[in-house]
Write a protein that binds this ligand. Structure first.
Ligand code: NOJ
Length: 546
């Protein structure tokens, strides 16, 4: 590691942030994070695919926006069957994304700008091209055989049980050479690791140490709830029949996942990682894709993960009751350790999910405003600050295996992954003019771009930036969250100490009940918001005068 990199890092690590000798809040607790989907963020070498140099050169945008933390999706060597979530070497950079030196330069520049860097770690599965799996399938007694999950065929010669892959079809593929099935919760090219094998745990401790030594400030842990399976491998109970025209998600929901997901013992894996991370002041943030808040809370017990994403908003229809219930459950079960999120590279963008158009955009900002006053980290997905809806990807340009390998392409995640529109020019400032991007831009216009929005103080970009600044300048957000229940069908509102947050989630203007004492507007999604009245689909943060 270069001296510059070490110096920059020492500014940012530190086991405990201390003020006057007393421990202060850990840096990540209320951090605003930003997800960079590396393929689609910025193309530094003009080959149509986003990369680390492109990211480095655009970090200034994130510093200007005011976020604290940048999560970068996998950039490791990969055959790209799942666009990088099929890793064939955990300690290097895929040539499509650059080099390890490029990665160091991202960390250096991020730290110079006061941004922390989080990398994605994929411990549930490797690529089938990873040398571990290549060796495992050579024969039944190979050194790495037990690093993966192998079972004999079922009585009928078919898969050993009825488990299905999240990406469609059975969760088992027969390895003809050795006569056994291997398990894969995702693609056949993504064999699941066997976390009962001690050597797997040793290997990942090394990998985590490798990236901590390179100066990263945290890890986003891919499918953090899936690493362990019931060792008796029983069938999952069936909820309904699977039909061929179903999307993989619909088919997955035809089973009660009693034995393949969220098993006892999975959090034990993280206790060791926690010690490593704590030595560097780094954060472990789990992708715990369980919608029930209470189940997620088990992953953030004191010596397990520091924090976990809370994804309930991804499956929530818009409406006051649903929004309030989602938030209240997250506050109660999360104890400040849930990371609030409404969009990612895996879901349709929230603007689209919440109805699209101006309405969808307003609703998405309202939800972020509700998040802003709550304890816990909060994340934006690239382009959320521009209020982007999903891009339009024609059927012949789909690349996501969830869409291309199934009868029904509706589950494709490509619409959420179209390249960032930076500027109103050919190539949208993502790549050079005339270069074909890996996914089409999807119908973006001038008004969607960073450069146009940055010239307009009334733009979405400025509103998100003001919201982040408002959150940052809140007085210490300790204190319990009290939900207000006036007008339950239209208003979602809470108090937290001297902070009042009110959101009109309805499509009509709403009069607010009077606040006791003297209050001032700290942030409003719409200039027409007042302490007494909210326009349709608007929200405000208000502070009580001391
Ligand atoms: C979750 C990731 O976010 C997603 O993109 C990926 O396909 C699966 N995990 C499998 O790694």
């Amino acid at each position: 590691m270069s001296r510059e990199l070490r110096d920059a890092r020492s500014l940012h690590s530190g086991r405990e942030d201390r003020v006057d000798g007393a421990p202060s809040r850990a840096w990540w607790r209320d951090a605003v994070g930003y997800e960079v989907y590396i393929r689609s963020f910025a193309d530094g070498n003009y080959d149509g695919v986003g990369d680390l140099v492109g990211l480095r050169d655009r970090l200034e945008h994130l510093a200007w926006l005011g976020v604290d933390l940048v999560w970068i999706t996998p950039f490791y060597p990969s055959p790209m069957a799942d666009h990088g979530y099929d890793v064939s070497d955990y300690c290097d950079v895929d040539p499509a994304f650059g080099t390890l030196d490029d990665f160091d330069s991202v960390v250096l520049e991020a730290h110079r700008l006061g941004l922390r860097v989080m990398v994605d770690i994929v411990p549930n599965h490797t690529s089938d091209q990873h040398p571990w799996f290549v060796d495992a399938r050579r024969h039944r007694r190979s050194q790495h055989r037990d690093w993966y999950v192998w079972r004999d065929p079922g009585a009928d010669g078919g898969p050993p049980n009825n488990w299905v892959s999240s990406f469609g079809g059975p969760a088992w593929t027969l390895d003809a050479g050795t006569g056994q099935y291997y398990m894969h919760l995702f693609l056949p090219e993504q064999p699941d690791l066997n976390w009962n094998e001690r050597a797997v745990a040793e290997a990942f401790a090394q990998i985590i140490g490798f990236w901590l030594d390179r100066g990263v400030d945290g890890f986003r842990i891919d499918v953090a709830h899936s690493l362990v399976e019931d060792q008796a491998f029983p069938d999952n109970p069936t909820i309904g029949p699977v039909a061929p025209e179903m999307t993989p998600r619909q088919a997955f929901r035809c089973f009660e996942h009693l034995y393949d997901l969220d098993q006892p013992g999975v959090t034990d894996i993280y206790r060791r990682w926690r010690q490593l991370a704590d030595q560097h002041g780094a954060v472990l943030l789990g992708e715990v894709y369980l919608h029930e808040a209470q189940r997620v809370s088990r992953y953030v017990e004191p010596d397990a993960l520091h924090a976990a994403f809370y994804f309930k908003a991804m499956s929530m229809p818009w409406g006051a009751a649903g929004v309030r219930a989602m938030l209240a459950a997250g506050v109660e079960s999360g104890s400040g350790r849930f990371a609030w999120v409404q969009a990612s590279h895996d879901e349709r963008r929230s603007v689209t999910r919440f109805g699209g158009g101006a309405e969808g955009r307003e609703r998405a900002l309202v939800l972020s405003t509700l998040y802003a006053g709550l304890p816990g980290m909060m994340f934006l997905y690239q382009g959320e600050e521009l209020a982007l809806a999903d891009g339009v990807v024609p059927p012949d340009r789909l690349t996501d295996p969830v869409g291309t390998r199934n009868v029904n392409p509706a589950g494709s995640r490509d619409g959420a992954r179209t390249p960032m529109p930076w500027a109103d020019v050919d190539g949208f400032g993502f790549t050079a003019p005339g270069v074909e991007p890996w996914l089409p831009f999807g119908g973006r216009g001038a008004a969607d771009t960073v450069s146009v929005q940055r010239r307009d103080p009334a733009s979405w970009l400025y509103r998100y930036r003001s919201l982040i600044a408002a959150r940052r300048s809140l007085p210490p957000t300790e204190g319990t969250v009290e939900w207000l229940v006036d007008d339950p069908d239209r208003l979602v509102a809470y108090r937290r100490g001297g902070l009042s947050v009110s959101a009109n989630v309805s499509d009509e203007a709403l009069d607010l009940p009077p606040l006791d004492g003297t209050w001032s507007v700290h942030f409003a999604t719409d200039p027409a918001c007042t302490l007494r009245r909210l326009p349709p689909r608007s929200a405000l943060l208000a502070l009580r005068s001391p």
